[in-house]
Design a protein around this ligand. Sequence first.
Ligand code: 5GP
Length: 311
Amino acid sequence: PVNCQKMMYVRAMTEYWPQEDPAIPCVDAGLPFQKGDILQIVDQNDALWWQARKISDLGTCAGLIPSNHLLKRKQREFWWSQPYQPHTHLKSTISISIDEEDDMKIDEKCVEAGPSGVGVNELRRQLIELNPNHFQSAVPHTTRSKKSYEINGREYHYVSKEAFESLVYSHRMLEYGEYKGHLYGTSVDAVQEVLNEGKICVMDLEPQGIQVARTHELKPYVIFIKPSNMSCMKRSRKNAKIITNYFVDMKFKDEDLQEMEDLAQKMETQFGQFFDHVIVNDNLQDACAQLLSAVQKAQEEPQWVPATWVS
Ligand code: 5GP
């Protein structure tokens, strides 16, 4: 009989390897998948084992995957996302997660030009420079006072500490931090202002901010810019200067590079299910070209988004 039921699609919040699951009734019938894969749920009639296909492999037979019910029994928190569906022209926001720059406290103005030590701030700047009518950053908020040549709403929105904190408490700040005793941050409304102008808002977020930004309101397309592996980093970044909190110049040490690689790994493990695309930042030109092409593709082709974002 033809199954006329509307198919359900979900995003995998974790990876699954049937051969490592002693509970699966038949290992060969299991469907292995990676975190972030979109799966078509073909059959949910069995309480414990569903049948599914990966959307990248729709021509193949369905395989067994553990049901949410089974998941509850294993007391795992997350296995499947809420239902997903494809949608075109929805992704109006691009979130770029941190790479080494924020973590290593590199002052962007002090990073040498060229392939060494280039971070996401520079990538974001280049993307906007390529097409300022299309891409824009949100205007951040700050509690520091306005300088004579600055205009409220252009460089920053200047607000009191109380007003800033109230935005934080009401979850209207996507990210914020302190610098020289003043608060700085990007609000949801500032991003919305860019979107209202019909532009794509380009943001750098720490991974924790991704969950705050992944809402129906902003519909972000999340790109993880990750550092290349340690041996590549050694080649390309050995001459980059980093500026510490105390403004002392020094070269990247092996431990620093290892720390970056470990951090990227940790971020992928914890947040990989939310990444729509991953770019390895080997050098600025390549990363920028890849970023532009990923953004164009995200605009032109249907993307898998939570179904609640569409309705
Ligand atoms: P300035 O006061 O010179 O304009 O900015 C000083 C520093 O504030 C920047 O170098 C940056 O570290 C921080 N900053 C500026 N905008 C933001 C923002 O939107 N979020 C965060 N977390 N820090 C910011």
